[in-house]
Write a protein that binds this ligand. Structure first.
Ligand code: NAD
Ligand code: TDX
Length: 342
């Protein structure tokens, strides 16, 4: 079995590759990644430097929008399935400049599915997000996103992901491509780029820099440890019904400010570092996933409690300082200055 994993030098894709090597070591993984600012080969270094892995792992630097490059790859590898993690993934960047989100997230997905059609109706899994459902009000804790919740997006990012999802379902209905989609809540864990809430707050706190909380910090996110997401994708790939959407989440809702306070506590840093900054435009209030379908059909349940996962994650950033210090490029520093000011 050969699996193409796109975006495997990013946060969740890399965790998925490590998951695959541990749980399905006999399967060949071909990682395709453009290595944007968010993709880091150093994350995959242990596999790349392991001579024993050369049969079962290959890395290709390429853009999923590059039809010729994808054609050559599919021709050579004749994959059995494709898992598409490759995306522009940061909401704030999509607000600043939407175009690359439309290219990579929509057109890139279309190119991959065209290849799947052309090379024998290859199994395709799209890694999507709960953000396609828009947001829920803060004063209705009884409401959750199910797979039937209408798509209702807020940001250019979530709109690009929702557009891709619609296209995936169109390829299923029109061409009979064997597809599945998973929509997960916010992930945290090792190898997450420091622009996202949890690693940003850990990295800034360690350097005694201000901790920029948007608005009043009362927006709610539903956090899931990345390893639980990887296991869920694996289950959907192997046992999910074709043409179906599966929501993934662990009923772990938290306000942003409570996460930031917890990080301060764990690191022994003063809460005076917390700085309230201008709110994100169109800021989604609350995400909350109902994971009943994946539990019922595939037996999935999260295994990592937030209290354990967050301590493990903070410890990982402490123990792997060189990883995040090295990957913070000039481009990121420039973005940080533009977005947060000096
Ligand atoms: P990430 O930004 O850390 O990684 C994205 C990876 O894709 C990077 O390695 C980047 O180099 C690569 N990439 C970008 N454009 C590419 C292109 N045109 N061709 C090839 N590679 C390209 O993102 P992530 O947080 O790991 O998210 C992975 C997927 O999961 C995304 O599709 C995202 O929408 C989805 N998702 C993320 C979360 C979350 O909390 N992070 C939650 C739900 C769903
Ligand atoms: O500096 C910050 N201050 C702050 O208050 C940042 C970067 C974020 N926030 C808030 C905004 C959100 O309410 O924290 C919350 C989480 O923000 P992000 O880490 O940017 O994640 P979010 O916008 O919720 O989107 C994430 O989850 C769904 C991922 O980035 C997406 O790729 C995924 O699809």
């Amino acid at each position: 079995m050969t699996m193409i994993v796109t975006g495997g030098a990013g946060f969740i894709g890399a965790n998925f590759i490590y998951y695959m090597r541990e749980n399905h070591p006999q399967e060949r993984v071909v990682c395709v990644d453009k290595l944007t600012y968010a993709g880091n080969l150093s994350t995959l270094r242990p596999i790349l430097e392991d001579p024993a892995a050369s049969e079962t792992f290959r890395f290709l630097r390429a853009d999923i929008c590059d039809r010729a490059a994808m054609q050559a790859l599919f021709e050579e590898e004749k994959p059995d399935c494709v898992v598409n993690f490759a995306a522009e993934s940061h909401v704030d960047r999509s607000i600043e400049d939407p175009e690359i989100f439309l290219k990579t997230n929509i057109l890139g997905t279309a190119v991959l599915m065209d290849m799947c059609r052309q090379y024998g109706n290859i199994r395709f899994h799209q890694v999507s997000t709960d953000e396609v459902y828009g947001d829920l009000p803060l004063d209705r804790p009884d409401l959750f996103f199910t797979e039937e919740t209408p798509i209702h997006t807020s940001s250019p990012y979530s709109t690009s992901k929702a557009s891709a999802d619609l296209l995936v379902m169109a390829y299923y209905r029109t061409y009979g491509l064997p597809v599945t989609i998973s929509r997960c809540s916010n992930n945290y864990g090792p190898y997450q780029f420091p622009e996202k809430l949890i690693p940003l707050m850990i990295a800034n706190a360690l350097e005694n820099k201000p901790l920029p909380v948007y608005g009043e910090g009362i927006n709610v996110r539903d956090w899931l440890y990345v390893g639980d997401h990887c296991r869920a994708i694996d289950l959907v790939l192997r046992g999910g019904r074709i043409g179906e959407v599966y929501n993934i989440g662990g009923h772990n809702e938290m306000r942003n400010i409570d996460i930031v306070r917890l990080i301060c506590r764990e690191l022994g840093k003063p809460e005076s570092l917390i700085t309230y900054v201008t709110d994100r435009k169109g800021h989604d209030q609350r995400y909350a996933i109902d994971p009943a379908k994946i539990h019922r059909e595939l037996g999935w349940l999260p295994e990592t409690r937030f209290a354990d996962g967050i301590v493990r994650t903070i410890r990982w950033y402490l123990d792997n300082r060189s990883w995040w210090e090295e990957i913070v490029s000039g481009e990121y520093r420039e973005y940080y200055r533009r977005h947060y000011g000096e």
